[in-house]
Design a protein around this ligand. Sequence first.
Ligand code: MRU
Length: 367
Amino acid sequence: MRVGRTPYRSIFLDEDSWGVRVVDQTVLPHRFQLLRLESADDVVRAIRSMVVRGAPLIGAAAAYGVALAVRADPSDASLEDALERLAATRPTAVNLRWALHRMDEVARDLPPELRADACYREAASLCDEDVELNRAIGGHGLAILHELAVGRPLNVLTHCNAGWLATVDWGTATAPMYRAHDDGLDIHVWVDETRPRLQGAALTAWELGQHGVPHTLIPDSAAAHLMSKGEVDVVIVGTDRTTALGDVANKIGTYPLALAAADNGVPFYVAAPSPSIDWQTEDASRVPIEQRDSDEVISVRGLGPDDAVGVVRIAPEQTQAVNYGFDVTPRHLVTGLITERGVCDASGEGLRRLFPEGEGAPGSEAS
Ligand code: MRU
């Protein structure tokens, strides 16, 4: 997508064809800065510190992390070590496990001297596929938005950042919005600020602004009120892990949004590319929910009067805080899953109809 007039992807190979460039998401929207990653350690740090975040981008970055590791040392031990350390970075997004499995499959049986080239190629195609999956999700979501169009600006609400910054390009939840805007459909997006890390305020609002999509930032607590006043026509969010039965783990605050949508008769869609479907898990209570540092709750990051990006405390010094990164929205609250192969019910049958091959499905056939 565009930054100013320049098209960007959130991750790409540097000019020397081995270092990896990413957008530093910890300083947006105040600074647009690219960082260069040169080792698996760099990638581990970037994922942990949320320089890169969002389920599909975590997977893409991890894929390049494996390529960087075997470039430095193509031995079995180095490959194993990189896979293990990258897998331990963040627990909830299943795309990470999926991408690492894919890299392992490519590298494992090759002679060490062939591994680096093969891994770079695989990471690049995983990224290209991600773009195509999201473009396809955009097309299916666009059809939904056209159906809902009401002769006034269509109000779409989203949570967190499931935008191009969270993927390689387009985003998942935002792809239908970008496609609709480019198609001339009159849309307006309510952007949940998304405490505690404020991905909505810092990232989604910035992205939409760069692309010229009309939007308004709201505190998370305002979403239900807007729905009750008829000011939300549809909710579209992303997913970090959709179980084989259609329950959706996504950024904390998604579940209450789905409850409010159900109570107000607002359609609630989840943009779910196949690499974020966990075919091995049916029981949603088994989805690992990340718990993050409580500092993220007792402080906020922003631009200070000295024009420096910093953190300020907002709670009394001794206050304890709890910081769950994700929640699970039960499938009965989800109107539909927008996948790259079309829209389905949030159910085991719905998913199997679109992906009869189950585990073999991810990433292969964007339509
Ligand atoms: O903690 P984050 O910022 O990585 O969480 C991101 C989300 O919850 C997104 O909605 C999800 O990863 C889908 S991104 C296409």
